[in-house]
Design a protein around this ligand. Structure first.
Ligand SMILES: [Ca+2]
Ligand SMILES: [Ca+2]
Length: 330
């Protein structure tokens, strides 16, 4: 088990726990005039305060899986103690189409999917050698944040967004406000998603039962895609086949919506399968090298093992898909 000398931790904490700058725009006051949330006017996104703290990052989930499936989860090991020495702000929702529209309207930005003319998210059914049919997403033409492949309002999460697109959005917000908006680190994301009790899913420890927990691959998804190749959690019906408007489900006790489900969310970190083996305990920033970036949280088309807050997924900086968006940190 790695550890940091207590004196070093104490010293760093003393240096780093100075209060966050109070944003100029606040709309909720809690306690001793400390804002607990604010709406950032350029994007219209609400940000909530996430406290500094320690938690156990990662899991031993792979060990409970059949050998053939362990490869999908082995990069969550080993579970290890992580300390986030500073409180931070995190958008209470995934970035909406409304917010992304403001960015594009001002800058004329063209996304990776728009430049390449394609993205992942057209439903394709194939037949294997045994004659069994199954469906999954395939790369299709003209899938973009403006036309995700289904009806979406301004309050739906923006999708078909690459890591590079998400970076361009936060750079715009930085330039516009003079504040260091950014993508969350993978550690910040996992810590925030689990809430104050650091639960398995953002809604708690248990499997969904009320259909109010989050937008996942549920009965309505299964009905729309009966040949879907991957597991679906059919015992709840959340009534959303694809994305849901942000904030449609319960928030965790940090005030964060849809951390689990709806869309995967790009994080700042480079991905490496062995990040947790040798990474630092204090404020980890991810792998130093590597061409892929992390995304987190599962999406509307994923089932429980992939919806745990510890689950890691990754892709190239230019990759986009119908089930990947992002959330902004400060
Ligand atoms: Ca659903
Ligand atoms: Ca999400």
């Amino acid at each position: 088990m790695r550890s940091v000398p207590p004196l070093m931790v104490a010293g760093l904490l003393a240096l780093l726990t100075a209060p966050l700058p109070v944003p100029a725009q606040t709309d909720i006051q809690v306690g001793a005039n400390q804002p607990r949330s604010f709406i950032e006017p350029a994007s219209g996104l609400r940000f909530v305060r996430v406290p500094a703290g320690s938690f156990t990052m990662g899991s031993t989930f792979a060990q409970t899986q059949p050998a053939a499936d362990q490869q999908w989860f082995i990069d969550e090991a080993p579970p290890h103690r992580v300390t986030l020495s500073r409180e931070f702000w995190l958008a209470s929702t995934e970035t909406t189409i409304a917010a992304f529209s403001r960015f594009v309207d001002e800058t004329g930005y063209v996304t990776s999917a728009e430049r390449s003319g394609q993205s992942l998210g057209v439903y394709a059914v194939s037949t294997d050698a045994q004659g069994v049919q199954s469906g999954q997403w395939a790369v299709g033409a003209n899938l973009t944040w403006r036309s995700p492949g289904w009806t979406a309002t301004d309050q739906h999460p923006v999708v078909h967004i690459s890591w590079a697109d998400a970076q361009a959005f936060v750079q715009w917000l930085r330039d516009k406000t003079g504040r260091p908006f950014r993508l969350p680190t993978e550690a910040e994301w996992e810590y925030a998603a689990g809430g104050s009790q650091h639960t398995r899913y953002s809604w708690g420890e248990q499997q969904p039962s009320s259909a109010r927990e989050g937008n996942i691959a549920d009965l309505s998804f299964s009905n729309a895609y009966p040949l879907w190749k991957y597991p679906v959690f059919k015992t709840v019906n959340d009534h959303y086949v694809h994305t849901a408007p942000v904030g449609s489900f319960v928030a965790n006790d940090f005030g964060l919506f849809d951390m689990t489900g709806n869309v995967w969310e790009w994080c700042a970190d480079r991905y490496a399968a062995d990040t947790y083996v040798s990474g630092p305990e204090l404020d980890p920033q991810g792998a130093a090298t590597g061409s892929e970036r992390v995304h987190r949280g599962g999406g509307f088309d994923w089932e429980l093992p992939y919806l745990r807050v510890a689950k890691r997924r990754h892709g190239s900086e230019q990759q986009s898909a119908a089930n990947i968006g992002f959330r902004v940190a400060l």
